[in-house]
Design a protein around this ligand. Structure first.
Ligand SMILES: *[C@@H]1O[C@H](CO)[C@@H](O)[C@H](O)[C@H]1NC(C)=O
Length: 476
């Protein structure tokens, strides 16, 4: 312990005013300040008649803002006081009249506070918003600092944070400690190895400053999906009362409310759009109780709703219902209608929503997708049949009826180019010979015209109404 008053550290406070960048500011809420009464087990800052006790085996960095009277102080084995200018301790002789009978009060243990607990962070678009208390709601994964965020520990504060995770490092853009902003990796690792740094940060992962900022105006991937389970382990989900709770990407709990999906193109700016939604809708009194979070997420794409074939970025707008409920659907409609009518200027190509009430922006939207899938499926089946028939005709297994000479000539002349030629290799079915593998000699077909489909083994009977039964030879 550095002794009180003997070597008072004078704090230089740097007020860093940061220009508008796409990153968010995430501020660590808990502190290890002497003046914060939540840090004392008696829920009060000790006064002149009290005995102050720090857990003997704990390491702690305590920020002291002003001067305090104490009766007695029991210090830990390892720790420090960071004294604000003019701060210190003194012992009163006799009784402190402004203090009670005198108790033994213990400084709370802050060992268990984890970096990956979203409840311990608050987010804002700018530093000024952080100071004014204009906080942003977000899904749990983005409640803790993302890889391109500016991390803020309150300027007149100390803290202790457990950074343990399965990753060796936690990349962030910058970290501000005691009013000093670290943006260079080497400078911050130097701070981490300092006495204060070692008392403030504990745990297996190293906070790595200097990650580049998000260069994409449409937003960037937070990068916390690798820590999703660790984050969710700290979260307790509330019980829900809505009929169809929703599961936002990156969130640990199901929610009552609505999820708007914004599809975007070049020219979309996430920060501008966030401000637009805020100024147009969120400030309306009817939406006061709604919490709205907006971020870029990667949704897995599925062919015909089943086969996954990659991910696509989209903007997820989560509106979580307040106490009263039922306003989120109106907000979702407002956002979708705004996106549809002004999307062209905003770089938005489409928008839809789902609400926990069960309704959605476009009831036909889902079935339209289904129709496309079914049509596509039918198209594939038809193509397959055409190819099979064409191959069979070419092999002479199926004889073309003489009543359809045009189809026959098409088959013999252009089909070679259409199906097997160098122009279009279209669709190879390994079950059948490729048409271009066949010798293109008319005599071969002529010789084979008497061949037929042999289906006796399987017992399958094949009748194609395109062909005249009299002309088609199915003698098994
Ligand atoms: C005191 O600590 C609590 C919990 O850590 C925090 O929420 C609160 O903001 C702190 N009070 C002040 C005045 O900073």
């Amino acid at each position: 312990m550095k002794l009180l008053g003997k070597t008072p550290d004078v704090l230089l406070l740097f007020f860093c005013l940061v220009g508008a960048v796409d990153a968010l500011h995430k501020q660590w809420i808990p502190d290890t300040n002497y003046e914060n009464k939540t840090n004392w087990d008696k829920e009060a800052v000790p006064c002149g008649n009290d005995i102050v006790q720090f857990p003997a085996q704990r390491r702690v960095s305590v920020f002291v803002e002003t001067t305090h009277a104490v009766q007695e102080m029991r210090l830990p084995v390892d720790g420090e006081f960071i004294l604000n200018s003019g701060a210190g301790f003194y012992v009163v002789s006799g009784k402190d009249p402004g203090c009670g009978a005198g108790v033994t009060t213990q400084f709370r243990d802050s060992e268990s506070l984890q970096w990956f607990n979203p409840a311990l962070w608050q987010a804002a678009a700018t530093l000024e918003d952080l100071q004014r208390g204009n906080f942003l709601f977000s899904v749990h994964d983005e409640g803790v600092p993302c890889q391109y965020d500016d991390v803020v520990f309150k300027s007149r504060s100390s803290f202790r944070v457990d950074t343990s995770s399965s990753q060796s490092s936690i990349p962030v853009k910058s970290v501000s400690v005691l009013g000093k902003k670290f943006e260079s990796r080497s400078e911050f690792s130097q701070y981490l190895s300092s006495r204060s740094g070692q008392l403030q940060f504990r745990g297996s992962s190293v906070v790595a400053v200097g990650n580049q900022e998000c260069g994409d105006p449409s937003g960037c991937d937070c990068g916390n999906s690798v820590n999703h389970q660790r984050i969710c382990n700290t979260v307790t989900c509330a019980s829900l009362s809505c009929t169809k709770p929703l599961v936002p990407v990156g969130h640990c709990c199901r929610v009552c409310g609505a999820i708007v999906t914004i599809y975007y193109a070049a020219g979309f700016n996430l920060q501008t759009y966030r401000q637009r939604v805020h100024h147009l809708f969120l400030i309306l009194p009817k939406y006061k109780s709604i919490q709205l979070g907006m971020s870029k997420v990667f949704k897995s794409q599925r062919l015909m709703g089943v086969i996954p074939f990659g991910t696509s970025p989209e903007i997820q707008v989560v509106a979580v219902e307040g106490e009263k409920g039922s306003q989120s659907e109106g907000l979702a409609w407002d956002i979708v209608n705004d996106a549809r009518s002004h999307g062209y200027n905003l770089g938005i190509t489409g928008a839809d929503f789902q609400a926990s009430s069960g309704s959605s922006s476009d009831q036909t939207g889902g079935s339209a997708g289904m129709v496309v899938g079914v049509v596509f499926g039918v198209f594939i089946v038809i193509t397959l049949i055409v190819v099979i028939v064409a191959v069979l005709i070419r092999k002479g297994v199926v004889r073309m009826p003489s009543s359809l000479p045009s189809l026959g000539s098409l088959n013999r002349s252009s089909n070679v180019a259409d199906l097997g030629g160098p122009i279009d290799h279209g669709f190879d079915n390994p079950i059948f010979d490729r048409p271009n593998m066949l010798p293109d000699i008319p005599g071969v077909y002529a010789a084979e015209t008497n061949h037929s489909i042999s289906m006796t083994q399987t017992g399958v009977h094949f009748v194609n109404p395109v062909y005249d039964e009299n002309e088609t030879d199915f003698n098994a």
